[in-house]
Design a protein. Structure first.
Length: 276
């Protein structure tokens, strides 16, 4: 059985410090997405969390990136930053219909980020998950839940997420609970511990370990050594696509870390240009 596709990326592409250590000196800001997408295999877009984008903007992003590249989208905050998630139906509909289908086959998972104070409520989360559409304009949608309260670290939550094929973001961070169990047919990881003192954001030995974990997930297995709520499955399941993003932390090191992980996966990465 073949493995799923592993994609590695960062959050966004417009960040001032990257103009000193990622983009070549003098590289036009209008072409930063073009440059980044040639060296990464996915990008998580954060601007969609704060406000709606125009359909023409999504179409422009699609045209500026190579075949096989994917965008993950953070869903609009008005749909998730509320006490009762089930009350967000109108915001969910507006977001889905805002033009995201213009990304076509470059539309990756949609991330629904809950507030750090939002506690697990099975009834309300069930109602929310039932509001999430399975497709838009014939494009299959994949949904990931970024849950940030420790009350989600329970078997009831895992069962509910699996029932709706909603991935749980595995956040590698000191600030949010870690839930490493796969709950969907894809895995979504956000790595938030990069160190500004290290040229690639992490010690060199970290990247082979991350690559090994990604391969196990992609083959349908569950890596050892991760924080767990339940016992790992004894046998691998179906292959999964895997998304691994270096985000937050020492953000200035995110592109270097992502490229280092791609190299650890045996992928060819164009060498960074400009200042080291």
């Amino acid at each position: 059985m073949s493995a799923g596709k592993i994609r590695v990326g960062i959050g966004g592409w417009n960040f001032e410090p990257w103009r000193d250590n990622f983009y070549p000196q003098g590289w036009p800001q209008a072409r930063e997405l073009e440059y980044a997408s040639q060296r990464l295999s996915a990008i998580e877009i954060n601007s969609t969390y704060y406000g709606a984008q125009k359909p023409a903007t999504f179409a422009k992003w699609r045209k500026e990136t190579p075949d096989g590249f994917l965008f993950s989208l953070k869903a609009i905050r008005f749909a998730t930053q509320r006490r009762v998630l089930a009350d967000g139906a109108e915001s969910i509909e507006r977001f889905i219909d805002s033009g995201i289908a213009e990304l076509g086959d470059k539309l990756g998972p949609i991330v629904w980020q809950l507030a750090p104070t939002h506690r697990f409520d099975a009834a309300d989360l069930t109602a929310f998950l039932e509001l999430l559409p399975r497709e838009v304009d014939g494009i299959k949608l994949r949904h990931a839940l970024d849950v940030r309260h420790a009350s989600f670290q329970c078997a009831d939550y895992l069962a509910l997420a699996r029932k709706h094929n909603a991935a749980t973001v595995f956040t590698e961070s000191d600030d949010y609970p870690a839930i490493a169990e796969p709950t969907a047919d894809f895995v979504y990881t956000r790595i938030m511990r990069t160190d500004s003192a290290l040229p690639e954001g992490c010690p060199p030995e970290v990247f082979p370990a991350l690559a090994a974990a990604a391969r196990i997930w992609a083959e349908g297995g569950e890596p050892d050594g991760l924080p767990r709520i339940e016992t790992a499955a004894a046998e691998p399941g179906a292959p999964r696509d895997v998304f691994m993003y270096f985000i937050s932390g020492a953000q200035e090191r995110a592109p270097a870390a992502a490229m280092a992980l791609r190299r650890a996966l045996g992928e060819e990465v164009k060498a960074p240009e400009g200042k080291p």
